[in-house]
Design a protein around this ligand. Structure first.
Ligand code: AMP
Length: 358
């Protein structure tokens, strides 16, 4: 590895645009600007509780190890909790699912076992994935039922589950139309509708179905439309069915310095630790920053690195600021070679020695 590559500077910042009128979010944007020039000031990041989510949801998020809201969550949750329709432009991987699942779970009435939330998604896989996410976030909401319904699956279990009653339905539009035509599903009790990956649903020929479903939903419902792009038919749907929607656009800016070489290695979850060990064995590195999704994962990974003889430390939101600063100092001075961090804790880091980021 040549000197120039070893000496590159690493900065970790999120960049995003928030274009709507909620005051708190303008405040948040200002905070962010300040954070970029003044890192790392983690205190300024709003918490899930501060966004106004219910206590059972905040508890579930703690269980799953989410430290703080992602930009789309910070921008979207207050808008949906305030009852506005919304058009969100964001890619998958930004935390979009929680951005709509959390506020709607927060607002629905668990005591009424009837469809209150309908999430339309393009594929069966996404229906299952989104339904699982709802279930995970509703862990501390006893009696809350989520039902995925999609084409290709036999009708009997879907009919039985619909008869028993469910609060949240995550479905492909075609199968919703089938149930509506058979009279096995009523949208009369719906309060919240989500169109997830609307441009994908358009690609799959679901635009007429979406139009019909929204036409059959009660007039007093709230709609959140998410799409990576906004082609004309999707804008038409929004114009026809959404009321004064707020716009939230999350642009993940991925500019990479020319002296950074990017490589990837596809490994299954189980083999990630072995893969990391192998990389550490074969790569000559100066200092390394490893990202993990949760606080627990940072601690576990550090224990495993230590067991394999690498001087490493964790950096996450649970670790007091003083200790975090000490860790960074050690990394800078070479007393420590590997830091395993969550993205929040690593925000704004600027360490000359870092030659590898995993
Ligand atoms: P999505 O864009 O909804 O598919 O989410 C992408 C991934 O990010 C999923 O694995 C989520 O569990 C995870 N995720 C969502 N929100 C957060 C958060 N605030 N902190 C950490 N991970 C998150």
């Amino acid at each position: 590895m040549d000197r120039s590559r070893r000496a590159f500077r690493v900065r970790f910042d999120f960049e995003w645009d928030v274009t709507h009128r909620a005051r708190c979010l303008h405040f948040r944007s200002r905070v962010r600007t300040k954070m970029q020039s003044n890192p790392p000031d983690e205190q300024a990041v709003l918490t899930f509780a501060e966004l106004g989510l219910s206590t059972p949801l905040v508890a579930a998020l703690k269980d799953v190890g989410y430290e703080s809201p992602s930009p789309i969550q910070a921008a979207t949750i207050p808008v949906l909790l305030a009852g506005h329709d919304l058009i969100g432009q964001a890619q998958t991987g930004t935390g979009k699912t929680a951005a709509f699942a959390l506020p709607f779970l927060s607002m629905l009435d668990v005591s009424r076992r009837e469809p209150q939330v309908l999430v339309l998604v393009p594929t069966r896989e996404l229906a299952i994935q989104v339904a699982e996410a709802f279930q995970k976030y509703a862990h501390h909401m006893p009696g809350l039922h989520v039902l995925p319904i999609y084409g290709g699956q036999s009708y009997t279990p879907q009919l039985n589950a619909l008869k028993r009653g469910t609060h949240v339905i995550v479905a492909t539009p075609g199968r919703v139309m089938d149930h509506l035509q058979r009279g096995t599903l009523s949208l009369a009790t719906l309060k919240y509708v989500v169109l997830d990956e609307a441009d994908e649903m358009l690609q799959m020929g679901f635009v007429d179905a979406i139009d019909e479903i929204l036409g059959m939903a009660p007039k007093e419902r709230q709609v959140a439309l998410f799409s990576a792009t906004l082609p004309k038919p999707i804008r038409n749907i929004a114009q026809k069915h959404l009321r004064s929607p707020r716009d939230v656009t999350i642009r993940s800016k991925t500019t990479t310095a020319t002296n950074i070489r990017q490589r990837y290695w596809v490994v299954s979850g189980m083999h990630k630790l072995d893969a990391l060990t192998r990389i550490l064995e074969v790569e000559a590195f100066d200092a390394m920053l490893v990202f993990a999704r949760t606080k627990q994962a940072t601690v576990e990974l550090v224990e495993k690195r230590e067991a394999r003889g690498f001087a490493s430390a964790a950096l996450n939101g649970d670790i007091p600021q003083k200790q975090r600063e000490a860790t960074i100092d050690k990394l800078k001075s070479g007393k420590l070679d590997i830091v395993v961090a969550t993205d929040v804790a690593a925000r704004g880091l600027d360490v000359q020695r870092i030659s590898h980021v995993i």
